[in-house]
Design a binder for this molecule. Sequence first.
Ligand code: MRU
Length: 361
Amino acid sequence: MDLKQITHAENVRLSDDGRAVRILDQSLLPNQTVYLELSRAEDLYEAIASLRVRGAPAIGIFAGYALYVLALQSQADQYGPFVEECRKYRDYLNSSRPTAVNLRHMLDRVLAVAESMPCADVASIQEAMGQAARAIHQEDIAMCAAISEYGLSLVKEGDGILTHCNAGPLATSRYGTGLGPLFLAKERGITLHAWCDETRPLLQGARLTAYELQRAGIDCTLICDNMASLVMKEGKINACFVGCDRVARNGDTANKIGTSGVAILAKHYGIPFYVLGPSSTIDFTCPDGDHIPIELRDGSEIKEKFFAQPSSLPEVKCYNPAFDVTDHSLITAIVTEKGICYPPFEESFAKAFGRGGGAVR
Ligand code: MRU
């Protein structure tokens, strides 16, 4: 498979007839490549909840299309009942996962289009919602391209990059955020070596990151999460690149469980720790990490999901938070489409996005 087939893969898009959302089912990778076309509310919800589509920007793109596809099915012929129905679908889809703020931002953005057209007929509102959903997708492509460029400026030929979870094209639109600089480097003939944390318990690093990098011909090595400290100590890591699910105003960052541990290790070994993400992942209404809701998932993911036999007795309790919050003091910089934001983040965000974060939809 060539590089462009990975960086430009259309993993989330509208179906050819425009009435369903088509996704590559990430929950089956890397062993099966299955595309799904979803149009029923329950199936759209389930696709997010069970991580068939995952990664904050990809969830946002999917959600925009999903709300549009559901709006197309409405029987309402008046503004009031139509918008009321769309609000119910927004609330329903928004309850599928709590942490990635792109989900709420993009649902609100497509709904706001409908709400802003009280004098229009339903067909025109539906058309405008579709345009908004497509715009979200196109904007993410542009944001990922810019983030990848800025990220690449932070590393040099031969560097070792540690990454956690998956922040590649599968999790976004094109190139990715945390993995974007690696793909761009490959395109430009710059050699970087990626170290992929396996990312327990759902193995996004092993199943998705190593898959994307390997398929793109990028030199990568898979490690268990508990090996990161050793590879850092051995001098193999020059920088850490991770994505994000919600960044608070002060820079505290929610990302896949285990990310904050990587940041603490990086600080110990004097390695720069970079968060890469689009402005759609910054929540300017959220003052700090204590206000970020953390998703709790079923314990069976820890004990059973990827094992031939359960790894523990059935009666053993599990605690399975899907995300943690990396304290802003551990983050060297947050790389956005508007540039590289250094601490204090409240100030650098204000400079990049305007006071109060006006750039965020
Ligand atoms: O539970 P997931 O797989 O959706 O978690 C995803 C992550 O933590 C990613 O790092 C994050 O969404 C950024 S993707 C560009």
